[in-house]
Structure formats: C-alpha cells, structure tokens
Design a protein around this ligand. Structure first.
Ligand code: C2E
Ligand code: MG
Ligand code: MG
Ligand code: MG
Length: 280
C-alpha cells in the first residue's frame, strides 16, 4: 500500500544518501594523501590568439589519477576539497607546479608564455592568496604578467571588500585576472565594472550550443560588453570550425577548446612550444 511504499522510498533514499556520504568520505581520505603519493598532476590546454592562430599560453587543469579508484575529474573532487579546506594545500601545489614549469619553459624557449591557474573562492577566503602568489612568483623569478588567475563569480559574492582588496594587491604584482565561466553566475555585470578584471572567459555553455540550439547572440553580447569595458575575451569550449568562425567574426580575442587541443600533458605542451607555434 501507499504507506509501505512511502516508507520503502524513504529507506531507499536514506541508503542513497549513505552511499553518497561513504563515497565522499572515501574520496576525501584518498585525496588527503594524493599529493604526497604523486597522484596529482597538471594538464595544460592551449589558449590561441584568434587573429594569428598562434598559441599564447595555456590553462593549467588539475588531474588526479588515484591508485585505488582511478581517474577522478576535478568537477568531482574539487568541491570535496573545498568543503574540507584541502583545497588550500592542493591549490598551493597547483600554483607552484604551474609556476615551476612556466619558468622552465620561458627560459628554455625564450618565449613570453603565460599560464592561467584556477583559484577557488575558498582559497581567497581562508588563505592569503596575495602572499602565496607573491612568494611563488619570487621563488621562480617570474614576472607577474605571465601568470593569470581565473576566478568565478562565486568568489565575489560574500565579503566583497576584502576580496576586492586582495585582488587589487595581486593585480599590483602584474598578475592578470580572468573571470571564468562568465554568464553562469549572478550579478556578473556589476562585478565586471566594480572589479578590475583583465579578461572575461565566455562559458562553454554559450559557445557549444552554437549553432544548433543557440544563434550566438549571447556570446556576441558578452564579447561586445567586454570590449566596451576594455577587457579581453576568450571563448571556452570551442569544438568546431563553425564555432571558431563565429568567434572570429565577432572579434573574440582568444579561444580555447577541443578544436585546437584538449588539455595535454606537460611533455606534449612542451612539444607545442618547441614546434614554434607560439606568438613570439
Ligand atoms: P574551467 O576552469 O571552466 O575549465 C574548463 C573545463 O572545460 C576543463 O574541464 C576543460 O578540460 C574543459 N574543456 C576545455 N575545452 C573543452 C571543449 O572543447 N569541450 C568540452 N566539452 N570541454 C572542454 P576540467 O579539466 O574537467 O575542469 C573542470 C573544472 O574544474 C574547471 O572548469 C575548474 O573550475 C575546475 N578546476 C580544474 N583545475 C583546477 C584547479 O587547479 N584548481 C581549482 N580550484 N579548480 C580547478
Ligand atoms: Mg578555468
Ligand atoms: Mg571556465
Ligand atoms: Mg567551466
């Protein structure tokens, strides 16, 4: 009867919650040791200047290949790392690893390569990102302008004034600041004006639906808006020639996506630099 069925559903629901919880706890415990066990590494996805078709840099993207549970993608473990503050040491490791390689490449190939690193809102709230960035740049003798940090709108929602201060001092180091996943959060327009960003990343949602589900209007609006605020624009998730053409016709500055390259290992990225497909 209905009552029994209701109870049955509750049991199933509770079981599901428990399974999810156990899975999270398991991932959390494995993640705790992932760095020291060498299971975490970075892949690099080229960012291409549209007018010249040349690579100007890359976004560093974290990867975790667990000995116990195999590949785990960031959308799965970054939220867990954020909830447990493990994102602080993980984020530090990411920044350090990216800067270490960037400095090697810049010296070896004598090119003005830039690397973009994703920074979680939790890192801003619970650690001194200005100090971390400053010390890491110093350690690897890097000029600020070759590092870009990507932040999402989420970072700006609470404690706006403190974040604003942190971002300003980070920017004074010469570091570039990009707004990631633009258009998917809240209050994007006022934030764009209030904070001094250098670059806007159009979320892949607005890129990928073109031309099947969307006529590109939103992407076009974001490009024009950014340009009128004197910001550079990069389109994420460009997969097809058609999408590339669209971005080109609408004067988008840069693109990133499977059309040019998926995120690749540091060795593969180094080969791309070697081939001389860089802008300078
Ligand atoms: P994101 O910063 O927006 O990164 C772009 C994501 O889109 C990456 O997923 C990338 O692999 C994927 N992508 C790039 N081009 C294409 C394409 O043409 N088509 C499709 N379908 N996807 C494409 P990934 O590497 O799984 O990362 C997911 C998210 O995890 C990132 O989104 C970022 O928010 C977060 N993340 C990654 N690495 C880090 C990190 O080191 N620290 C922090 N805090 N977050 C990170
Ligand atoms: Mg990003
Ligand atoms: Mg993004
Ligand atoms: Mg995204």
């Amino acid at each position: 009867n209905a009552k029994e069925l209701g109870e049955y559903n509750v049991v199933i629901y509770e079981q599901k919650l428990r399974d999810e919880y156990l899975q999270e706890v398991n991932i959390e415990n494995l993640l705790r040791r992932a760095i020291e066990r060498g299971e975490i590494y970075l892949n690099y996805q080229p960012q291409v200047h549209l007018k010249s078709g040349k690579i100007v840099g890359a976004e560093a993207l974290i990867r975790w290949n667990s000995k116990e549970i195999g590949m785990v993608y960031p959308n799965k473990f970054i939220p867990i790392a954020e909830n447990t503050d493990m994102i602080i040491p993980i984020g530090k490791w990411v920044l350090e690893e990216a800067c270490k390689n960037l400095s090697l490449w810049r010296e070896k190939y004598n090119k003005d390569i830039t690397i973009a690193v994703n920074i979680s809102p939790v890192q801003f709230k619970k650690s001194d990102m200005y100090k971390t960035i400053k010390e890491t740049l110093q350690k690897y003798a890097l000029p600020g302008h070759c590092l870009e940090i990507e932040i999402t709108e989420g970072v700006l929602i609470d404690n706006i004034y403190d974040i604003q201060k942190q971002l300003k001092s980070i920017r004074d180091l010469g570091v570039k600041i990009a707004m990631d996943d633009f258009g998917t959060g809240y209050s994007s327009l006022s934030y764009l004006r209030r904070f001094n960003f250098d670059k806007v990343k159009i979320d892949r949602e607005f890129v990928q639906d073109y031309p099947e589900k969307e006529d590109g209007t939103l992407a076009e609006i974001i490009i024009n808006l950014s340009h009128s605020l004197k910001l550079k624009v990069i389109a994420e998730g460009v997969e097809t020639e058609e999408q590339l053409q669209f971005m080109s016709q609408n004067s988008c500055d840069e693109v990133q996506g499977y059309f040019y390259s998926p995120p690749v290992s540091k060795e593969e990225f180094e080969k791309m630099i070697e081939k001389g497909i860089f802008i300078n």
